[in-house]
Design a protein around this ligand. Sequence first.
Ligand code: ADP
Ligand SMILES: N[C@@H](CCOP(=O)(O)O)C(=O)O
Length: 307
Amino acid sequence: MSNDDMMFSIRVPASTANLGPGFDSIGLALSLYLTVHVYRSDKWEVMPLSEEMKAFPTDESHYVIQIAKKTAAKYGKTLPTCRLAVESEIPLARGLGSSASAIVAGIQLADSLCHLHLTKEEKVYLASYEEGHPDNAGASVAGGLVVGMHEEEQTSLLSFPLASVAVAVVIPKYELLTSDSRNVLPPSLSFKESVKASAIANTFLAALLSGNFELAGSMMKRDLFHQPYRRELVPLLSEVEGFAYERGAFGVALSGAGPSIVCFAETEKMSHLLEDLSERFPDCDVKQVEIDQEGCVVMTKADTIHS
Ligand SMILES: Nc1ncnc2c1ncn2[C@@H]1O[C@H](COP(=O)(O)OP(=O)(O)O)[C@@H](O)[C@H]1O
Ligand SMILES: N[C@@H](CCOP(=O)(O)O)C(=O)O
């Protein structure tokens, strides 16, 4: 594979969804990346560059290519063949949005190869349609803190930068498929309970955006939409909550559908928290991540083009 055949690379951030009470509507882009390098070729081929990517097909049945073909077809185009080299820092099925990142990479691949000139809003819609909810998809496309609502015909999504907040993730070694973690959720909530759950989510968001971190954290813990049902699948959530709040975190939540746990702290408190979490949870991968503010970007050899 000659470097001269390299056309561009697509970089997509991971994400943490829900942040507690913002079930299926709030997400945050994180600085772990799926990167797809795209080379000219007369046949489809996928080369895994990182360990976990070796599990996936090396031909056109690869998920990223499937999404790209579907996107191109939607706009009446045929995707030209190419060779992809794929590397990922996003652990699979851990609640860090790996599937959304693959979907967004596929959409961007179609956009770049077929010159679709999709807007950010169109990409958010297409990716949310594929995922079924806009939290991870929106964060992976737009970056920052995203708040959105997805319906069959459209997605409305806003993105905010989030300053003064440091993020740590506690990543267990085992996988939990989002579909399995959604299966434990109840089919419905009562009117009274839904009103309370949405009041908690609204208050959380207002508190977070206005820098009232203590209130934001207390609302994260009080989520009524999903964490109460998922605790039995991820007992680690209660353990990390109990520990991290004491050690300086202002907020703790199940990351997406789990099993990872995300901890938020004011920047100056993070280094101690990180040390304590690593010591207390040695079986997990504990790492600090930055908030990605850019979302999906396309990079050529010469420069970086924001998509
Ligand atoms: N880079 C990728 N390439 C191909 N498929 C992927 C990729 N990333 C994720 N997937 C698919 O998504 C699944 C994980 O999705 P999901 O259960 O929603 O967990 P996550 O929280 O990581 O998004 C993987 O088991 C795999 O089938
Ligand atoms: N809102 C969804 C988010 C799933 O995120 P993932 O990273 O676990 O795929 C949910 O909570 O089910």
